[in-house]
Design a protein around this ligand. Sequence first.
Ligand SMILES: Nc1nc2c(c(=O)[nH]1)N[C@H]1C(S)=C(S)[C@@H](COP(=O)(O)OP(=O)(O)OC[C@H]3O[C@@H](n4cnc5c(=O)[nH]c(N)nc54)[C@H](O)[C@@H]3O)O[C@H]1N2
Ligand SMILES: Nc1nc2c(c(=O)[nH]1)N[C@H]1C(S)=C(S)[C@@H](COP(=O)(O)OP(=O)(O)OC[C@H]3O[C@@H](n4cnc5c(=O)[nH]c(N)nc54)[C@H](O)[C@@H]3O)O[C@H]1N2
Ligand code: SF4
Ligand SMILES: [Mo]
Length: 719
Amino acid sequence: MVDVTRTAYRTCPLCEAACGLEIGVTGDTVTTVRGDRDHVFSHGFICPKGATFGRLSDDPDRLRRPMVRRDGQHVEVSWDEAFAAVEAGLRPIIEAYGGQAVAAYLGNPNVHTMAGGLYVTPLLKALGTRNVFSASTVDQMPKHVSCGYLFGSPLAIPVPDLDRTDFLLMLGANPWESNGSLATAADFPGRLTAIQARGGRFVVVDPRRTRTAEHADEHLFIRPGTDAFLLFGIVHTLFAEGLVDLGRLTPYAQGVDDLQGLAAAFPPEVVTGVCDVPAERIRGLARELATAPTAAVYGRIGTCTVEFGTLTSWLVDVINVLTGNLDRPGGVMFPLAAHLRPHREPGGRGFVTGRWHSRVRGLPEVKGELPVATLADEIETPGEGQVRAFLTVAGNPVLSTPNSARLDRALAGLDFMVSVDPYLNETTRHADVILPPPAATQKGHYDFSFLALAVRNFASYSPPVFPADSGGMDECDILARLILIVSGQGAGTDPAVLHSGMLAQALRKAGLETASGDGPAERLLDVALRSGAYGLSLDDLVAAPHGVDLGPLQPRVPEVLRTPSGMIELCAPPLVAEVERLRAALDRPRPGLVLIGRRHLRSNNSWMHNVPALVKGRSQCTLQIHPADADRLTLADGVPAAVSSRAGSLSALVEVTDRVMPGVVSLPHGWGHDLPGVRLTVAAENPGVNSNLLTDDLVIDPLSGNAVLNGIPVEIKPA
Ligand SMILES: Nc1nc2c(c(=O)[nH]1)N[C@H]1C(S)=C(S)[C@@H](COP(=O)(O)OP(=O)(O)OC[C@H]3O[C@@H](n4cnc5c(=O)[nH]c(N)nc54)[C@H](O)[C@@H]3O)O[C@H]1N2
Ligand SMILES: Nc1nc2c(c(=O)[nH]1)N[C@H]1C(S)=C(S)[C@@H](COP(=O)(O)OP(=O)(O)OC[C@H]3O[C@@H](n4cnc5c(=O)[nH]c(N)nc54)[C@H](O)[C@@H]3O)O[C@H]1N2
Ligand code: SF4
Ligand SMILES: [Mo]
């Protein structure tokens, strides 16, 4: 028996499910991690990643002190030396070329930390650069854009009401492994099983027979990148069979007739030739969605990281609107997080993109960002406005972004690079200075992003489990000191100056006098909660370690709508223009073999392969190929195959399986830990290969700038 001397409760920050953890602590180590059975949202659910939560803190490779690169080697230095090095590296570049010469890349964990939620925006503002890149353009940007056009705000993202729906159509998502995304639902698998238990159904559309597909009532294979055709076939059928009924939404939606005109080109008999879903099933899905008491269409990575990602994301919600399922219980609904407030009236400025363009490829700005697929162009291409310095916060673009070998080379040519990151990994090995934040056990937690995407409204704050390492620095302080440096206030300025300035501004805006909380992030959270929808406070959440339940989702149309018309605008002109391109693609020749990605339950993008319990056993990083393709190419299980694409090539171990459809191969992302200079002892023993050596930086979804990571044409031979 382990002697558990103390129990702490903490939200797991390792994926979007936001599970409550019950953490047993002995001295300064985590000895047990269980699902918190009393948690109002997760009710005791935990996955293998959450169970290793404490091991991240203990990892000997986790950086505890800042590092600077001297003669090609990273060495530990004091914080003062590190910030002095940042100032000496960045300020001359900013003074000579302006903030524009500094690019920033923000990685995924920024949405899992309070510092990321509160201090990154001020940092970008202080830098004043338009060269802002993030993991959003290898992920969900198409959904922001489609919701921006439909509802007027890129953050108005409706989520499937999993706990009340009767019928769920799920495309390009595998929550049995990923635990869900853009739909925060702890125990997503349990919530899906519950649909079946109450007599409902769920259908999965995926080029792989995933674990989620195996549990579904029906699985339909689809050719990668063709969901927009399938969905248009459904829209066509809804109109053709008189199944369109917007219900309560009728007075709030415009563009239904235009939509009917657009759908005319996509009858099921035509689109089936592209997507391979039988025409009769396309019609069947339309009928089920229209006649089920309630129904929801939900799409994720497989619908976003494709050539027509924005159209696909749009059509998902178009169908939800046309079947009367948007904004009603059991359909898809808009959450309301405790730190946000509902609007008084519908209507707003609406959503636009292209307020500026990237220098080299002329790609439009979206949501204040440029596509990460063009980051290497901006670094490598000489001329006025060239990127000379680079800042990463919680990102590993050398493994996560398309044509990453090219980006890896580009980073080696920078004048200066600084990374806020706890690891010396494939990306940060290029940094002149690495500033490590404390481990998650040493930070307070509130999910600014995911509570606004939860399938049931709830709120939860967790205080740090442990104090910071002696000699460690709070992540808000790190970012505050960077803000002070780039804005020219000096590396020696006390970050408290910035924190109190930000708090004073927040208090003023909220009409409040004081805020409670031990840290700068906590005080800002307190202000947001007290002016938020439910009038909660930080103290209320501290007093409720298992979270505060705020009830099932409530209808929010029309108040949530920020379009200029104050209506749901179904046919925004940029989408209509893009439909022309989709129509032209009906006549394209079918590609040969195409590559898709894959997620595994025990993996987390690129950065948890150093946790022994998660990587032990058989390698997860295999190239899955259908037996018919393997035969034709004379490939056998366990042998290496040479895979090449327009962008690059690699060698991967073959796994012959009929889980993938013929013509499709699958390789997970986030591997390839064998680059020189990396300090990931466990990961390096089983490095795998980096699938983004194959993905192409030249192919993007034009409306969102999102990278195309699925449906990559590849050639394969025995290695
Ligand atoms: N081919 C292919 N590529 C993909 C995908 C795919 O499906 N296929 N998926 C894409 C998706 S959805 C995403 S989100 C991206 C992810 O892309 P990235 O965000 O670039 O990569 P991550 O692997 O999440 O790396 C996170 C980094 O943050 C660091 N980190 C961890 N915790 C903290 C913290 O608390 N603070 C700070 N400052 N740093 C921290 C880690 O050490 C690591 O360096 O990958 C994308 N790439
Ligand atoms: N265990 C684990 N959990 C994670 C992560 C992780 O790396 N590991 N990453 C987290 C992050 S950052 C994110 S964004 C989420 C992502 O969450 P999900 O979107 O659920 O992630 P995936 O498991 O990649 O599921 C995408 C599915 O799309 C399928 N697919 C590929 N191309 C197509 C296509 O063209 N059409 C259709 N219909 N399907 C297609 C793939 O076969 C795959 O099954 O997961 C999060 N959770
Ligand atoms: S499902 Fe996600 S939030 Fe829940 S324990 Fe696993 S990693 Fe953590
Ligand atoms: Mo992601």
